[in-house]
Design a binder for this molecule. Structure first.
Ligand code: F6P
Length: 370
């Protein structure tokens, strides 16, 4: 099938992830190579919906020279927002209260007015759900899987995950020596939302004593007993990696805040776990929350390669007439899967996955009976 695309847009809505600029670089080089024009939308969809707020008009023409030196830089040159869902945009009412308003028709009209034939949407499950809804309204869309959480179905890896795991591992490595010096328990809370991929991979790489993930509800007594047994056997300090979405058996996730127009913010479970372990083990405990540090910094080589590949592959998909698909990487293949499939459910850690089994073999507990 030949493509009718001549002018396309790219946006980077939702939480940023290292590798976004590499996606932009890859898409721009590939699109310009086909003689297409490509434009970056500022701050998710804000650049199209509120152009008056931008000195540059909210829509920037991207040339190879614009993006030549960005693929190794963290963040996104286009900016982003977590509050820009065009289907339920938080909008201030005359009485000062906030209300969610559907501005999707207006957005589709802006694409038409700007003669944009297609959109490359770099997003996690939230941003890709929006892209899918826009596709259902007639917009030609190709998605690329962005999130440090690695929780998107149909792709083995999302970009951003590798960088987050590398940095979390480096932090855990650094904590070993101070934990040993003080013979403390150090609890490290990492992001990941409802999935435990970052905790599992960094905990394994960083040789933690316990890894607590949402997919395997923990019993704090079992974690404490495990740490005490390892102390008796000669290891005088402990490292516990906790996913922000971890929850006790029969309990729920710890929510930091809820706001109109955005997903609930998780966080705080690390402090709870540290306090309970101090109580149960009698050992001094400290909690370190890595938070947004995992989203910052220069992308790893893997995330650069993924980003560049996803950007170029998204243009390839459009050139072949594909629509409503997400680029996926399932080594050694690059696949094009329906966005609908990728967002149907979160990709969670299978409790019997190889990495969980390997961790158990290395005397790492998940705080369960296993
Ligand atoms: O989805 C990526 C992520 O970093 C999650 O791991 C985390 O829960 C969330 O975004 C934080 O979002 P915000 O930047 O809005 O605090």
């Amino acid at each position: 099938m030949t493509s009718a695309v001549r002018r396309l847009a790219i946006n980077t809505g939702g939480g940023d992830a290292p590798g976004l600029n590499a996606v932009i670089h890859g898409a721009v080089y590939a699109a310009r190579g086909l003689g297409w024009q490509i434009f970056g939308i500022r701050d998710g969809y804000d650049g199209l919906l509120e152009p008056q707020n931008y000195p540059d008009g909210g829509l920037i023409e991207l040339r190879r020279s614009t993006v030549r030196d960005i693929s190794h830089v963290g963040g996104t040159i286009l900016g982003t927002t977590n509050r820009g869902n065009p289907f339920c945009r938080p909008t201030k009412q005359p009485d000062g209260t906030m209300k969610e308003v559907d501005r999707s028709d207006e957005l589709i009209e802006r694409f038409r007015q700007n003669r944009l034939d297609a959109l490359i949407a770099a997003g996690g499950d939230g941003s890709l759900s929006i892209a899918h809804q826009l596709h259902n309204k007639g917009l030609c869309v190709v998605g690329v899987p962005k999130t440090i959480d690695n929780d998107l179905e149909s792709t083995t890896f999302t970009f951003g995950f590798s960088t987050a795991v590398e940095f979390a591992t480096e932090c855990i490595d650094r904590l070993h020596s101070t934990a040993l010096s003080h013979q403390r328990v150090i609890v490290v809370e990492v992001m990941g939302r409802y999935a435990g991929w970052i905790a599992l991979h960094s905990g394994l790489a960083g040789r933690a004593d316990a890894i607590l993930i949402p997919e395997i509800p923990y019993q704090i007594e079992k974690v404490a007993a495990h740490l005490c047994r390892k102390r008796r056997e000669g290891k005088p300090y402990s490292i516990v990696v906790v996913a922000e979405g971890a929850k006790p058996l029969g309990g729920d996730v710890t929510v930091r805040s809820r706001e109109v127009g955005r997903a609930e913010r998780l966080g705080g479970i690390g402090e709870t776990v540290a306090a309970e372990l101090q109580n149960l083990t009698g050992k001094e405990c400290r909690c370190v929350v890595l938070g947004h540090l995992l989203r910052g910094g220069s992308p790893t080589a893997i995330d650069r390669i993924l980003g560049l590949t996803f950007g170029a592959a998204a243009v390839y998909a459009l050139s072949k007439g594909m629509d409503g698909v997400m680029v996926a990487v399932n080594p050694p293949r690059i696949d094009f899967v329906p966005i609908q499939e990728a967002i149907a459910k979160l990709k969670l850690v299978p409790p019997d996955s190889e990495f969980v089994l390997v961790s158990r073999a290395l005397d790492i507990t998940f705080g369960d009976a296993g």
